[in-house]
Design a protein around this ligand. Structure first.
Ligand code: SF4
Length: 189
């Protein structure tokens, strides 16, 4: 069972080294979860059997930045926590990617206060913004797939000085608000 049952084992395949390296990279993205609030629960659900992140080779959550190449920031980041996030990002191996999951990580969400960072992209480069409060696991998977497509098809974008550019991909929300089933009256007696 396996590839050797459909291909003759004495055959030779030729390909381009970039394709093999990118195929290996996109098939083994290892996330570093930085979950600080409710979005973290959806992040956990993404790895469970119902959504099964393992289908995309990205279920191996590492809690060491040195073993991770995808930082998923899920939840609000306080000003006090920010240096920890920056240190984790700095310690991750290149090439590395960042997903900002949910409204709080991307914009501060409803927490428009002096204590909450109003968007992590002011301090670390963000590749994919996943909208929602919280985003569903499918949206997070879409964000991971967006990174996989970039790795697979377009290599790793770099600026003229050789540093990797942030991808800045904003996913379109897949949720359509529906009308209230019953009229809501505020202040009714
Ligand atoms: S975006 Fe919504 S669900 Fe996510 S951490 Fe903020 S308040 Fe919680």
């Amino acid at each position: 069972m396996g590839i050797e049952t459909v291909l003759p084992t004495d055959s030779v395949l030729t390909t381009n080294l970039n394709r093999v390296v990118n195929w290996a990279r996109r098939s083994s993205v290892w996330p570093m979860p930085f979950a600080t609030a409710c979005c973290g629960i959806e992040l956990m659900a993404t790895a469970c059997s119902r959504f099964d992140l393992a289908r995309f080779g990205a279920e191996v959550m590492r809690f060491s930045p040195r073993q991770s190449d995808l930082l998923i920031v899920a939840g609000r980041v306080s000003v006090k926590t920010l240096p920890v996030l920056q240190r984790i990002y700095a310690q991750m191996a290149e090439p590395k990617w960042v997903i900002s999951m949910g409204a709080c990580a991307s914009t501060g969400g409803v927490f428009d206060t002096y204590a909450v960072v109003q968007g992590i992209d002011q301090f670390i480069p963000v590749d994919v913004y996943v909208p929602g409060c919280p985003p569903r696991p499918e949206m997070l998977i879409e964000g991971i797939m967006a990174i996989q497509r970039i790795i697979d098809q377009e290599n790793i974008p770099r600026d003229p000085s050789g540093h990797r550019r942030a991808l800045n991909i904003a996913l379109t929300p897949n949720y359509e608000p529906k009308n209230q089933p019953l009229p809501v009256t505020i202040g009714a007696t």
